[in-house]
Each structure stands twice: as structure tokens, then as C-alpha cells.
Ligand binder design. Structure first.
Ligand SMILES: Nc1nc2c(ncn2[C@@H]2O[C@H](COP(=O)(O)OP(=O)(O)OP(=O)(O)O)[C@@H](O)[C@H]2O)c(=O)[nH]1
Ligand SMILES: [Zn+2]
Length: 345
């Protein structure tokens, strides 16, 4: 397990730099008055809408808040210092004063800002795969790369195991065993039979999680299985906010009954299909770490290049051929944007 959690030095540095930048920004600009400081409470942003955000107080009440102008970045999952307003105006009942340092942040490329943050303080990314649509290790690898880049622990779920049969079982199990050997946790489950659901509930408690994975693997069904009351909650928030449909497109944090939180939005579900750089792809294959940088040529493309350390490692049985093939395929696909272009516009 330890291996799956490991950050490359570059990733750790980047995360640290981003975090201290963020903290500096949020503390520098806030001029605290003593009475304001005394009245400030800690809360969690459960949803962000334009200039407003819904903050959940420590006792579980939800307050719609304005943001201090000094706050430059605020997303679902952020821990904040906030104050109740003196009176409620236009359903606004508080002010967010400052944002706590983030443990992690999910981001996506953005044409205007370079990078757009979408959710903070996630501690676990669950990559959902399934038997139908057909199990696809290349897509899992893309999600793993994206997850490793954030420093958040990825876990692999195989959903719809009720559809495993003699025609597909062996191939899928072999592939998933590769991930286990690399150090990833893999859970088999089914919304249909309930297999693995109890195990999954345990896995979700103590964490703020997101479900990612290609369309049709069963993310919505799974969310409903775990949170049958979710439909009701979404409806209440939509009605109160007056923002109607928009509320379902922004990220929102939900609590699991048995403990643990889920942050969900269509944007988050597509995480991992966004553009990746060759460096991110290399760092995302964690078991390649010790071989990277040791190829004969510095600009080795790891395809058919002479003296490629990755190819040598594969030939010596030190890395799985399936993973190297997948790595090569992802690298080769970075030029053609068929998978990423619709998320980059
Ligand atoms: N046999 C079987 N079918 C399932 C299971 N879980 C979900 N499904 C079915 O798979 C289909 C797709 O499920 P969704 O939950 O909509 O998938 P999704 O990942 O949310 O898809 P998007 O919303 O497009 O991202 C639905 O018809 C579900 O009923 C399962 O465990 N077994
Ligand atoms: Zn190489």
C-alpha cells in the first residue's frame, strides 16, 4: 500500500508550494478586528455558486455566505473561517472571512485561468470500472495518472461483478491483480447483488471521497445505493437557492450515513479525462519511478528507443508488460486530443 501513496519529489514540492502560496494569500489580506475574530467559526464549504457559497457549521447547519473580496479561490470542500451575518438579507446569512490551507485540490485545465480548482480536501479518489461497458485498463491507468498527480490516494472499484462470467472473469481478474501487486487497493462490488457494499462503506468512512470513471460504469447507481436520500437533498437545495438547475452542475459535498463524505459533480466525474502532460503520465505510473531518467537517451520516448530502461525492466520481468503498453499508448495519444478535446474547450 505504501507505494501507491508515494509522491514524487516534484509532486510533493508542487503541492507544498501551492499550499503555502494559498495560505499567504488568505492571511495577508484579511484585516482582523478583534470582535470579528471572536465571532468567527470554522466551517466547510459544501457548495460554491458564483459569489456565494453554502457553508456547513460545526453543528451541521447550512448558511449561505458572501465571500470577502480577499478570497481569490474557494471551492467545495474548503475549510473556512466564517461569521454569521447580523441579519439575513436575500437569504444570505453569513460571510466567509478566510480559507484554511488545503490538504489537496482537484483541478482541471482552463483556457482562461490556466488551471481551475474544482474541489478541495479530498482524501480518496475511487476509480469506478465495470464489466459492462467492457473493462478498460487503459482508462483506469489514465485515472490513476490523474489521481497520482494530485497526491490523493486512488482506489479501484470493479462494479457489476454480477455480470462476470466464464468469458470475461479471468482476463479482468488478471488485470486487477496487477494493480493489487503494484500496491493499489481493489474492491469488487455490485449494486445489483449488494456484493462488496459493506466493505465499500467501511472504505468510505473517515474520508472525503470522489467517484470518477467512464460513463455507464454505475457511479450514479452507486451513489444512490449509498445515499438513497440524496435525491431529496438536491431538491431542497435547488428550491431554497432559487438557482434551480444550476445547483446540480456545481460540486457539492454530501455526508454518508455511516460516516465519510462524498463530493460529486459532473465535472469531477470527468476528472482524469482532461489533458495530461508527458511528465504527469510518467509520474503517474508509480512503479516506473526507479527507472525513469535512466534511459540511454535523455529524450527517450520509451517506445522502441535503444537503451530504454523501461523496456529493459519489462524484459527482465520487473514491470508488467500490460502497464508499459498502456503507458506507451497514453503517451502516444497526447498529441491527438480525441479523448481530451471535449473537456478542454
Ligand atoms: N448489472 C448491473 N448493472 C448495474 C450495476 N450498477 C449500475 N448498473 C446499471 O448500469 C447502467 C449505468 O449506470 P449509471 O449509474 O447511470 O452509470 P454512471 O457511471 O453514473 O454513468 P454517467 O452518469 O453517464 O457517468 C444503469 O442501467 C444501471 O442500472 C450493477 O452493479 N450491476
Ligand atoms: Zn526509455
Amino acid at each position: 500500500m505504501a507505494k501507491a501513496k508515494k509522491l514524487t519529489k516534484g509532486q510533493a514540492r508542487q503541492i507544498k508550494a501551492n499550499q503555502s502560496k494559498k495560505l499567504r494569500k488568505s492571511t495577508e489580506k484579511v484585516q482582523w478586528q478583534d470582535d470579528e475574530l471572536a465571532a468567527a467559526e470554522t466551517g466547510t464549504v459544501i457548495s460554491r455558486f458564483g459569489q456565494h457559497a453554502d457553508v456547513e457549521s460545526s453543528d451541521g447547519e447550512i448558511f449561505r455566505c458572501n465571500l470577502r473580496r480577499s478570497i481569490t479561490s474557494l471551492v467545495c470542500g474548503d475549510k473556512v473561517l466564517w461569521r454569521k451575518g447580523k441579519e439575513t438579507q436575500h437569504s444570505i446569512s453569513g460571510v466567509i472571512e478566510a480559507v484554511h490551507e488545503r490538504d489537496s485540490v482537484l483541478s482541471r485545465p482552463d483556457v482562461y485561468d490556466g488551471v481551475k480548482h474544482i474541489a478541495a480536501n479530498i482524501s480518496q479518489i475511487l476509480i469506478v470500472s465495470s464489466v459492462l461497458p467492457a473493462f478498460n485498463a487503459d482508462i483506469i491507468d489514465r485515472y490513476l495518472v490523474a489521481a497520482e498527480q494530485t497526491g490523493i490516494t486512488p482506489v479501484i472499484l470493479l462494479n457489476k461483478v454480477d455480470l462476470l462470467d466464464d468469458s470475461n472473469r479471468e482476463a479482468i481478474e488478471n488485470q486487477l491483480n496487477i494493480y493489487r501487486k503494484i500496491g493499489y487497493q481493489v474492491t469488487y462490488m455490485s449494486n445489483e447483488t449488494g456484493e462488496g457494499i459493506a466493505e465499500l462503506k467501511l472504505q468510505l468512512s473517515q474520508h472525503t471521497s470522489v467517484f470518477v470513471g467512464q460513463s455507464g460504469v454505475g457511479k450514479s447507481t452507486l451513489t444512490n445505493t449509498l445515499m438513497p436520500e440524496l435525491g431529496v437533498v438536491t431538491k431542497i437545495v435547488s428550491e431554497n437557492s432559487g438557482l434551480g438547475q444550476h445547483t446540480t452542475t456545481v460540486a457539492r459535498l454530501y455526508h454518508f450515513e455511516q460516516g465519510g463524505d462524498l463530493i460529486d459533480s459532473p465535472g469531477i466525474r470527468e476528472f482524469g479525462l482532461w489533458h495530461l502532460s508527458p511528465e504527469q503520465v510518467s509520474n503517474g505510473f508509480i512503479e516506473f519511478d526507479e527507472y525513469l531518467g535512466t534511459c540511454k537517451f535523455r529524450d527517450c520516448k520509451h517506445q522502441n528507443d535503444p537503451g530504454c530502461a523501461l523496456i529493459a525492466a519489462r524484459d527482465e520481468g520487473k514491470i508488467f508488460p500490460e502497464r508499459l503498453a498502456s503507458f506507451q499508448k497514453i503517451l502516444a495519444s497526447l498529441g491527438d486530443n480525441t479523448l481530451t478535446s471535449r473537456f478542454n474547450d
